[in-house]
Design a protein around this ligand. Structure first.
Ligand code: HEM
Length: 163
């Protein structure tokens, strides 16, 4: 299924005037289903966080124009994934996240929300999430590699420096 960029553009235009309610509904639903996620956001400035989430969704819409043909947009989401590795986010956290994004969109857009729109948003979000997950895995491999090198160095240390 090819993502219909124009559908996402139109729906995002309808969503943005309600962004405060949309983000409230989203985080309320997410934390209700997954209370353990709340501590991951400890200390964030919620006003900024909500704005950045809406900003990231506008980039998801932009990404759907050219998809994997747009290396710059792919890089944006890989970098977002690398930052999420630092926030200790794992692959398993993405499913509830996407579910509640779609649910919040549905509640806000009401009669403008269609099955077709839902399928298009789901596909777009999952494409982006899979880029983020790739970056998270790469960051974890890098961490394991770095700690393995470090462990090797410290375990060699007494022998190499014995005399
Ligand atoms: C579609 C997937 C996602 C998008 C577009 C997204 C977007 C963002 C954006 C734009 C920020 C602002 C900080 C930054 O740019 O680095 C952020 C922060 C954050 N995200 Fe995500 N996110 C996604 C998935 C997730 C998931 C699955 C979790 C897990 C619960 C998560 C947890 C967090 C946390 C904890 C922060 C705040 C970190 C801090 O400032 O301390 N995100 N996210």
């Amino acid at each position: 299924m090819k993502i219909q960029h124009s559908l996402l553009v139109e729906s995002f235009k309808k969503l943005t005037p309600h962004k405060a309610r949309f983000t409230n509904v989203f985080y309320y639903g997410l934390f209700r289903q997954c209370p353990e996620y709340e501590s991951m956001f400890a200390g964030v400035d919620w006003c900024t966080q909500k704005q950045m989430l809406v900003g990231a969704l506008s980039l998801v819409v932009k990404y759907t124009k050219y998809g994997t043909q747009d290396p710059e947009m792919m890089k944006v989401f890989m970098q977002l994934g690398t930052r999420h590795a630092k926030y200790k986010i794992q692959e398993k956290h993405f499913e509830p996240f996407v579910f509640h994004l779609l649910y919040a969109m549905k509640l806000i857009l009401r009669k403008d929300w269609t099955l077709e729109l839902e399928e298009n948003w789901r596909k777009a979000l999952w494409e982006v999430c899979s880029l983020m997950v790739k970056a998270i895995e790469a960051a974890q491999t890098q961490d394991t590699f770095t700690s393995a090198c470090y462990l090797k160095q410290i375990s060699n240390y007494p022998q190499e420096n014995a005399h």
